[in-house]
Design a protein around this ligand. Structure first.
Ligand code: ATP
Ligand code: BTN
Length: 235
């Protein structure tokens, strides 16, 4: 596998870097990065909105893997965890697509793929951006945790570096990627609430399986949940 060559497209403002990346994906090489100073319509999963004012890192990378694999989301989450480690911030993955520090969300990863063509891996990381009032209880940022402004370009450079490394490992040894995912998934052993559509249930998170799904112990019965439509809340 070739090294991802980070060709970086920098935008001032865009609706969503994921949308932009989808538009250009057929015509650009794997590894092309789209980064915007702000997004007017940043998105999370299931069309939920992602607050993306200036100061944060809002980026998407075009990948062209053999298949649309839900485990790709972990390459993004682990890259964020590594960058935060470098800045002295200890974080963990809230399966499947969030990165949390203590009890707050600092980053989210959104993968969107078209079979046989591309996967867009979008990362939103709160760096120097203000958080809207309604997120202050549930979200945090690097500037808040460090107590000083953080060089955004450096964060991007390190994020692309680590993403490259995890993506290469994914291609060569996805089983080893999953070892690292288990190591940094902070919900393992904890009681979590899983919500899907209108229903929800509570169980103990036991393991992340090699296919990326989460194994839960629900009243003594093992139950496997896959990414997609589940939302998970540590209790
Ligand atoms: P959770 O349900 O724990 O938020 P999720 O992964 O199921 O996780 P998503 O739909 O993927 O949720 O993420 C979107 C959610 O992230 C929004 O509902 C909002 O609560 C939260 N959010 C939006 N913008 C930010 C931000 N900049 N930083 C942290 N959290 C944000
Ligand atoms: C989540 O936790 O729901 C994932 C949030 C992903 C946000 C990023 S910001 C860059 C890219 N563009 C988007 O519209 N979403 C992702």
């Amino acid at each position: 596998m070739e090294k991802l060559k980070p060709r970086i497209i920098r935008l001032d403002e865009v609706d969503s870097t994921n949308e932009y990346a989808k538009g250009i994906a057929p015509d650009v090489p794997e590894g092309t990065v789209v980064v915007a100073r702000r997004q007017t319509s940043g998105r999370g999963r299931r069309g939920r909105s992602w607050a993306s004012p200036e100061g944060g890192l809002w980026m998407s990378v075009v990948l062209k893997p053999k298949k649309v694999d839900p485990r790709l989301v972990f390459t993004g989450a682990l890259a964020v965890v590594d960058v935060l480690d470098e800045f002295g911030i200890r974080s963990g993955i809230k399966w499947p697509n969030d990165v949390w520090v203590d009890r707050k969300k600092i980053a989210g990863v959104l993968t969107e793929g078209k079979a046989g063509q591309y996967v867009i891996l979008g990362i939103g990381l709160n760096v120097n951006n203000p958080l809207p009032a309604e997120l202050r209880e549930t979200a945090t940022s690097m500037i808040y945790l460090i107590g000083a402004k953080v060089p955004l370009d450096k964060v991007l450079e390190r994020l692309v570096f680590h993403l490259n490394a995890w993506y290469r490992l994914y291609r060569a040894r996805p089983d080893l990627l999953m070892v690292k995912v288990r190591e940094r998934t902070f919900i393992l052993g904890r009681i979590v609430e899983v919500s899907q559509d209108e229903s929800s249930f509570v169980g103990r998170a036991v393991d992340v399986l090699d296919d990326g799904s989460l194994l839960l112990d629900v009243n003594g019965e093992l139950r496997r949940v896959v990414h997609g439509d589940v939302s998970l809340r540590p209790l």
